[in-house]
Design a protein around this ligand. Structure first.
Ligand code: FES
Ligand code: FES
Length: 135
């Protein structure tokens, strides 16, 4: 499998690899797995005043999955929650020039973003309304 230059670049110099404390109230965590291959991606965002101020990832997977999540963290930083929710796997496919068999790797990144956003939203709802958060 020939990887594009951009994939190789992200794979050899991954941006924002690492993790943040999952329990922090301003951190949203998304962990998703790809049924196609069993790869797993963890993506985290740190949100302040509706803006993503930091993003980290850890991916156990192929080069394209690592590149997709590395790229996703770069794109997430500085975006609002709303802008982040609009990131599509097709944007990643296009930027990294992924071949058809590697499209699900980018889907993993979009799913991880969505999961991190919903984890963050759930936490901030609980913080705003602790009683309903218990139900
Ligand atoms: Fe081998 Fe994803 S299928 S790493
Ligand atoms: Fe499965 Fe890339 S995530 S091959």
């Amino acid at each position: 499998m020939a990887y594009s230059e951009k994939v190789v670049d992200h794979f050899t110099r991954p941006r924002n690899m690492g993790s943040m404390p999952k329990e922090a109230p301003d951190v949203g965590t998304g962990i998703v797995g790809a049924p196609e291959c069993g790869d797993v991606m963890k993506l985290q965002i740190k949100v302040q005043h509706d803006t993503i101020v930091d993003a980290k990832f850890k991916t156990f997977g192929c080069g394209s999955a690592i590149a997709s999540s590395s790229l996703a963290t770069e794109w997430l930083k500085g975006k609002t929650i709303e802008q982040a929710a609009a990131i599509k796997n097709t944007d990643i496919v296009h930027e990294l020039n992924l071949p058809p068999v590697k499209i699900h790797c980018s889907v993993l990144a979009e799913d991880a973003i969505k999961a991190a956003l919903s984890d963050f939203r759930r936490k901030s709802d609980v913080a705003r309304n602790p009683v309903s958060g218990l139900s």
